[in-house]
Design a protein around this ligand. Structure first.
Ligand SMILES: CC(C)(COP(=O)(O)OP(=O)(O)OC[C@H]1O[C@@H](n2cnc3c(N)ncnc32)[C@H](O)[C@@H]1OP(=O)(O)O)[C@@H](O)C(=O)NCCC(=O)NCCS
Length: 150
């Protein structure tokens, strides 16, 4: 697997990937990314081919904060690998449930999440800068014993 754990030193590289993957009004700066990586329970992975994911665990819950793959690197399994790395990492930190928000019209991401067991559990009205709603999705994480990761 080529997803590597991130530190604040990766902030510029992560911001570059994020900026290329999202519309301008949803882009996260290197400073914002550093702050998220430094939060208690914050973690992330980068794939040098052009992918990144940030997440956080709090007690027994985890949340995907953002996931981005460069347009030219899509449909090659990077998003899947990054999501799986984050799910394993969260389970190893004793999280038992993982949440995320995704735009209703983001068919690619919704399919990726559905394939990993996420189901829709709610909706946040006008969550995005463009006024779109977000769907809240949740999955039950496999305990580390079952995933073989510690
Ligand atoms: C969503 C995103 C991260 C997927 O990354 P990716 O590296 O292309 O995904 P993968 O190649 O690992 O694909 C994994 C699965 O996701 C689904 N998927 C990915 N892109 C898809 C597309 N264009 N159409 C339909 N399904 C898609 C498929 O189920 C795919 O599995 P398959 O190839 O076996 O069918 C990427 O498209 C992206 O960065 N989009 C812009 C930012 C974004 O929307 N982030 C998520 C915010 S919640």
């Amino acid at each position: 697997m080529s997803a590597e754990p991130v530190t604040a030193a990766h902030a510029d590289a992560l911001a570059g990937i994020h900026a290329a993957a999202f519309p301008p009004d949803e882009v996260w700066s290197a400073n914002v990314i550093s702050l998220h990586v430094g939060l208690p329970g914050g973690f992330g992975f980068i794939d040098a081919r052009g992918g990144m994911i940030l997440a956080r665990t709090v007690m027994d819950e985890a949340e995907i904060l953002t996931l981005a793959v460069l347009p030219d690197a899509r449909r090659q399994g990077l998003g899947r690998d990054l999501l799986q790395a984050a799910m394993r990492r969260a389970a190893a930190a004793d999280a038992r449930t993982m949440f995320l928000e995704v735009a209703e019209d983001n068919a690619s991401a919704r399919r990726l999440y559905a394939r990993h067991g996420f189901t829709e559990v709610g909706r946040r009205k006008r969550y995005y800068a463009n006024g779109d709603d977000a769907l809240v999705m949740r999955v039950t994480l496999m305990p580390p014993d079952a995933t073989g990761v510690r």
